[in-house]
Write a protein that binds this ligand. Structure first.
Ligand code: HEC
Ligand code: HEC
Ligand code: HEC
Ligand code: HEC
Ligand code: HEC
Ligand code: HEC
Length: 501
């Protein structure tokens, strides 16, 4: 838009308003744009689109109003400059913003002005809509806050849920959770900007929606899963990296009588049973008190002998999917798991003597940054195994396993975020199913505490032993020392390293 030059400079008009100047006019357009975006975002919000996007709140209540305010500041600033200008040079010609539609030039000006304004409004509307869509994306969740959520984002890409949007589990739909997430989202973004966030990030279970509104949107809780067979191939820490495999038939079962026998691991999901528990730590690893309420209302309380009294009702949580599947999208492997997996996939050469032990040892050390960890691991292994191609490839695989699972900058790894499925590296199922919980602390023990109640061990050991599977299950033979009668949980020794010494 070019500045209109009046055909003949009009005489200074003392009554001409100081608001009539180009800066104020531009400010007014910016302000209208801001207001327009605000109304548009509010409409999106009311239509429920914001339910899945916690950052819509920031756009609506922070960014759009910021433009509105900027516009108003320009309006005022323009007027102020104009007034100063007039004080200093009272005789100077004043911009004349009179529009006279009988003049072709004014009509042309008005046409371009209107077109310009419309374009601006359209662009600001599109811009705010695009920004809204962007904040809803996984890229925004994982990458904008890269340093903060980098670990979760990296682990997510390897998970079965890599195609499920972050917001599907973290926000879900529904008005009150939407508000909660919005408040959280705004708060988190401010924390990121100011660098004031926890390392590691606290688990969000309290502010997460109940699984029935998130997981159960895709997974049908009534589904009868039967038994699932899984093989766990491990490698011992001897010079030969001896493999040791355990084949399990995991009794997942189901929780709905209409769709199969009720029982097995998914029994906890039986709609008519209610399992509640109290955890004495934020990570929910120590559970001294459990209450089961059956369909007829009878309640049974299991507790550890040293837990006296009743827990605070506000701290009691009803068990759902994420009490077992707590790392469905962000699982960090322990050093032992990560190296076993790399060996199993052939990425780390089994012929390198003692590589299992050496790699796990290096991965358990503390490093200041991930880059430093990778570099130190690489150097130490190169000194030991040289530069033959097999060694080089194996070393790179160990470094990659480290980088995928250890995030020292955010203090995120398997030990900070234990996986509750199983019981090897952390207590997991044994948080409740150890033999320490009983009715009243001394009566009837928690069921499902022996080795063949959750799974049947079909076979174990090496090639020859593995070939003969026992459908009825066999007694677990611990590969190293005898662990029977020690009264220890697996996780008391299996601290991610599993080594004798
Ligand atoms: C399949 C569901 C699911 C998806 C998809 C998902 N998360 Fe999570 N996320 C969870 C659960 C469940 C927890 C709580 C973990 C716990 O209690 O131990 C969690 C925890 C977190 C935490 C807290 C720190 C931690 O590791 O416990 C962050 C941060 C996080 N998720 C970010 C993300 C980001 C970013 C994405 C997308 C790239 C994402 N999540 C996708 C289920 C999911
Ligand atoms: C938007 C849909 C969606 C949501 C929400 C969702 N999942 Fe999934 N889930 C999937 C898909 C898709 C798969 C992959 C199935 C496959 O590959 O066979 C899957 C796989 C799984 C598996 C089996 C694979 C594995 O990791 O061992 C588990 C367990 C699981 N989901 C649990 C959960 C839990 C717990 C939640 C809630 C925190 C959840 N899911 C939320 C879609 C979803
Ligand atoms: C007294 C300590 C201790 C206890 C308790 C213990 N383990 Fe182990 N476990 C070890 C040691 C040491 C090794 C040897 C690791 C090696 O040589 O690499 C090992 C190795 C294993 C291995 C094979 C290789 C590996 O590194 O994973 C499996 C599988 C295993 N243990 C399972 C279990 C299970 C299941 C339990 C609980 C029922 C358990 N362990 C309890 C100390 C223990
Ligand atoms: C008591 C712990 C526990 C609870 C609670 C639980 N699960 Fe599972 N679930 C398991 C175990 C253990 C497996 C076996 C797979 C494994 O070991 O990784 C499994 C397997 C699965 C699978 C893969 C099997 C299949 O049928 O494809 C899915 C999907 C799944 N669970 C979803 C859910 C959902 C959804 C919920 C909540 C409604 C839920 N689980 C609640 C422990 C649990
Ligand atoms: C918060 C405590 C808690 C956790 C954690 C927990 N359970 Fe349970 N589990 C229970 C309670 C309570 C019962 C039922 C006790 C009763 O029947 O009185 C039960 C029962 C069972 C049963 C027997 C079901 C039947 O057929 O009657 C199996 C199998 C089982 N759990 C497996 C698991 C597995 C596997 C895990 C880990 C993935 C696990 N549980 C984690 C509390 C828990
Ligand atoms: C409360 C149920 C429950 C009980 C009781 C139980 N387990 Fe398990 N166990 C599981 C589940 C669930 C997994 C699968 C973990 C996974 O999917 O990663 C598992 C996995 C295992 C594995 C494979 C571990 C690995 O990662 O290499 C071994 C070995 C094992 N159990 C041995 C035992 C022994 C020995 C006992 C008796 C002391 C026992 N279990 C008792 C639920 C149970």
């Amino acid at each position: 838009m070019t500045e209109p030059i009046p055909p003949a400079p009009p005489p200074p008009d003392p009554a001409s308003s100081i608001w009539r100047n180009w800066i104020s006019l531009a400010g007014a357009i910016v302000a209208i744009g801001g207001l327009f975006s605000f109304l548009l975002l509010c409409a999106l919000d009311l239509m429920g689109r914001g339910a899945s996007n916690p950052y819509l709140g920031i756009l609506t209540y922070v960014v759009a109003p910021a433009f509105l305010i900027l516009g108003l500041v320009l309006v005022l600033g323009g007027a102020w400059l104009q007034r100063r200008h007039r004080r200093r040079r009272p005789d100077a010609p004043r911009p004349h913003l009179a529009i006279d539609l009988s003049r072709p030039r004014d009509r042309r000006m008005l046409f371009w002005f209107t077109l310009g304004t419309m374009t601006f409004l359209l662009v600001s509307a599109l811009g705010s809509y695009q920004t809204f869509v962007y904040t809803e994306s996984n890229q925004f969740c994982g990458e904008v806050c890269h340093a903060v959520m980098g670990p979760e984002y990296a682990a997510y890409h390897r998970s079965a849920h890599a195609k499920v949007a972050c917001v599907e589990c973290h926000v879900g739909s529904g008005a009150s959770w939407y508000l909660k997430a919005k408040v959280n989202g705004t708060h988190q973004l401010l924390d990121v900007i100011t660098g004031k966030f926890d390392r590691p990030i606290a688990v969000p279970v309290k502010s997460m929606r109940p699984a029935r509104d998130t997981c159960e949107q895709c997974h049908w809780p009534e589904k009868y899963s039967g038994s699932i067979e899984r093989s766990f191939t491990r490698y011992l820490s001897d010079p030969k990296n001896t493999p040791y495999t355990v084949r399990l038939l995991i009794n997942v079962g189901g929780g709905s009588a209409e769709h199969g026998p009720v029982g097995g691991i998914h029994w906890h999901m039986n709609v008519s049973n209610k399992v509640e528990y109290f955890a004495s730590d934020a990570q929910r690893q120590v559970i001294p008190w459990i209450r089961v309420t059956a369909a007829d209302g009878t309640a049974t309380v299991y507790r550890t002998a040293d837990f006296k009294g009743e827990p605070d009702p506000a701290q009691v949580r009803r068990m759902d999917c994420i009490d077992c599947h707590n790392r469905p999208a962000h699982r960090y492997a322990s050093p032992n798991d990560a190296i076993d997996e790399a060996m199993d996939l052939g990425r780390v050469d089994l012929k390198l003597p003692g590589i299992k032990r050496a790699a796990v040892d290096l991965m358990t050390k503390a490093y200041a940054t991930q880059a430093e960890g990778e570099a130190s691991i690489g150097r130490a292994l190169a000194v030991r195994y040289g530069t033959a191609p097999a060694a080089v490839a194996s070393i790179a695989a160990v470094q990659a396993a480290y980088a995928a699972n250890f995030f020292p900058e955010m203090k995120a790894d398997w030990s900070k975020f234990p996986d509750n499925i199983g019981h090897l590296d952390s207590a997991g199922c044994f948080r409740c199913h150890d033999s320490k919980h009983s009715v009243g602390g001394l009566g009837r023990r928690m069921p499902a505490s022996d080795c063949n109640s959750c799974h049947t061990i079909l076979a174990q050991g090496q090639s020859a032993d593995l070939a003969k599977a026992a459908p009825a299950g066999i007694v677990f033979k611990h590969p190293s020392s005898d662990i029977d009668g020690l009264g220890l949980l697996c996780s008391d020794c299996h601290n991610g390293k599993n080594q004798e010494n």
